[in-house]
Write a protein that binds this ligand. Sequence first.
Ligand code: GAL
Length: 418
Amino acid sequence: MGHSRRSVLAGLALLGLPAGSACSDGEPAPGATDTRVEVFSWWAGPGEKEGLEALVADFRRQYPGVDFDNAAVAGGAGTVARSVLATRLQNDDPPDSYQIHAGQELAADIAAGYVEDLRYLYDQQGWRAKLPAGLVEAITFDGAIYSVPVNIHRSNLLWYRPETLAGLGLTPPATWAEFLAQADGLRSRNLTPLSIGPLWTQKHLLENVLLGALGPDGYTGLWNGGTDWGGGQVQQALHLFTDVLTLTDAATAVGDWQAAVDHVVAGTAVYNLMGDWVDAYLRTKGLTFTTGYGAVASPGSSRVYNFLSDSFTLPKGAPHRPAAEKWLVTCGSVSGQDAFNPQKGSVPARTDADSSKYTGYLAAAMAEWADEGTRVVGSMTHGVVVDNTWSTEIDTALSQFTQDKDAARFAAAAGRRR
Ligand code: GAL
């Protein structure tokens, strides 16, 4: 990975950080043991649990004496898991380690003093030199580092089946205008142009419509204050979003993101806009990249990598702290990342992983991630560029927006923090 990847990531505006209040005392909690580790995540569904299992298998290989207690709570994007976790943390009942996105999503937990500073582990393991500097920056608050990233996911992808497109005489749209033009004809054939799922998947669509319409600078400006939410361009992009939403099956959708992808697999829907965890899911269905399924950058976002990163923490008062440290060491290791990511549909966070382990879609993703010409921006839906408070405000405004289609009202509610 070259310098420009580092500096582009470093240039991500991660503004408005609350002062971190956590500090590591480095001491095990009273009674802490080494024989068991409880790890909390939301990787319970198909396409996600396989990745976790592969990581756990490598953990067991590295540390055969430690029992792995899987506390995963199902629900895409952690929608359910994160509220279960919040209750546990409030009740002083932390797991030994929990999943959280790199970036602003960490801020509230740091401010609440829930997570430990991991600089000592970074020093011990030499991780700073093995991760993109911009990624380390996204998990650093007031000079302290609060999590261990296992991967890089890409949010802005449009998934399809080549056989469906061939039957329709279509190629994937490069712009939203092209998508709208295709969608007309698809609806008259009783096909869903774009399948979708619950609110978080609509938020995921929103961020990528904004990205495609505003470009990487305009999109990034929404989160760092550089773009005027009240301006005409944002209004236009929000109208585009409501237009696109009418071309989805949002009104009848049941199930999570996997169910939405199933419509594309069945050929009743033509496209799905989702992150590259879809790659892992489609492989669990026995499909192969390029023949069974394809993916392109979502309309208007070619050569842009809208990134997010899953990472793991060391909560204060972790009941099995020595074992939790071992878990984190596996998460940050080459062998852990090279076991996990090929199954998860993500590329390794580490820059020294074994690229021969990444084939199909992931070979292309790795090349694009490493390409000096690729522009990196951060995902809003998956915690990189907005903190939890802002994200919740966007959720509330979005559920109203999808009903009333009032772009000005949405912009005022969602953009008011900048
Ligand atoms: C994201 C997470 C991914 C994947 C996805 C769908 O938030 O970072 O690893 O799990 O949700 O659940």
